[in-house]
Design a protein around this ligand. Structure first.
Ligand code: ADP
Length: 342
């Protein structure tokens, strides 16, 4: 296991930048999700880690080993990086049984049969596949195939495991149970894991830290809680969780005019320009600081999510246990929102 370091990584295709200024470290044993909209560069970054592609600028290190360096042209080939992969397409060998799929990489490494068998048995057990060892991949469900791909990673004892949208082809119910399988895998192996997804809830449910990406850059890499509570940009505030970004006026010390109400704000910058209003920053009540109109009420089971329109046409999201209907006028108070320079 090892940490992964990226220093000033850039990648262009025919002069068009797909990644710029990526400088970050993924800690040994950490589970990091790369999260962002389609085309933001997640897969490209994963491919550079794997060694399938070379960066245009910068250096990548696994532990203290330089595996890619645009300056010198050095690039350690994928098979020498000892990295495991799990793709959404499973990439199993269709003509080999489950057992053979898992043991084949060990055969290539020249491991004696008895050692191979012992390791394959352990990997089958760790992924709850023991009864399926003799089946062919075509006789397995999507979730089972994905577990074979994980078992194959497990026997290789990789330095890191890279996963590219591994659940994208599975139905919603199976996704939740496969998230548990990945977490259990991480717990057992303590492997450094990098997980590409465009699904915020998947990243929140599994990752120690999430790197939020947009247009080839990492905008913020933080714990799910920190991204939600302390976003550093408008994009992160809007991409993670529910909420609305509104401008601040007349900011003095830790207070500002927010939608016409004087409100204490929290920030890590001296010159915040916008605040993120999460549902927990909003309280409905007759004596509120501002007037809003209910645009939409959605029942969540136990509570309602209200979309509220302010007098200056901002849409806010609040949650309440009380039933309200569209068109109703309500009072609203804002407390302690997080503010940043957008
Ligand atoms: P994501 O995984 O976030 O959806 P990608 O890393 O696949 O995004 O793509 C990032 C950008 O790089 C996109 O604009 C994509 O079109 C471009 N790109 C990726 N691979 C290639 C390639 N082999 N040739 C040309 N452009 C590419």
């Amino acid at each position: 296991m090892a940490k992964l370091t990226f220093e000033n990584i850039g990648k262009s295709f025919d002069g068009v930048p797909a990644l710029s200024d990526i400088s970050t470290t993924i800690k040994d044993g950490e589970f990091v999700a790369l999260l962002g909209p389609s085309g933001c560069g997640k897969s490209t970054l994963l491919r550079l880690m794997a060694g399938f592609d070379l960066p245009t600028t910068g250096q990548i290190r696994i532990g203290s080993d330089v595996v890619a360096d645009a300056g010198t042209g050095r690039s350690v080939p994928p098979e020498a990086r000892n990295i495991g992969f799990v793709f959404q397409s499973y990439a199993l060998w269709p003509h080999m049984s489950v057992r053979r799929n898992i043991s084949y990489p060990l055969e290539v490494r020249g491991l004696p049969r008895a050692d191979r068998d012992a390791q394959v048995d352990a990997a089958l057990e760790a992924t709850a596949l023991t009864p399926y060892g003799d089946r062919m991949p075509s006789d397995l469900s999507g979730g089972q195939r994905q577990r074979v791909a994980l078992a194959r990673c497990l026997v290789l004892d990789p330095t890191a495991v890279l996963l590219d949208e591994p659940l994208a082809n599975l139905d919603v119910a199976l996704r939740a149970s496969m998230q548990e399988v990945f977490l259990d895998f991480h717990h057992r192996t303590k492997a450094t894991m990098v997980y590409v997804t465009h699904d915020q809830s998947e990243a929140m449910a599994m990752a120690d830290r999430i790197a939020v990406m947009d247009q080839g850059r990492i905008l913020q890499i933080d714990t799910p809680e920190a991204l939600y509570a302390r976003p550093r940009s408008r994009f992160v505030a809007e991409f993670i969780g529910q909420g609305a970004v509104v401008p601040l006026v007349d900011t003095i010390e830790n207070a500002a005019m927010v939608l016409g109400a004087r409100v204490a704000v929290q920030s890590e910058t001296a010159t915040p320009t916008h605040a993120c209003l999460r549902p927990e920053n909003l309280t409905l009540g007759e004596n509120g600081d501002l007037r809003v109109t209910v645009e939409r009420a959605t029942y969540l089971g136990g509570s309602y999510r209200l979309t509220l329109k302010t007098l200056c046409d901002h849409l806010l999201v609040a949650e309440t246990r009380q039933r309200h209907t569209a068109g109703e006028q309500l009072g609203l108070s804002i407390s302690n929102p997080w503010a940043f320079a957008a």
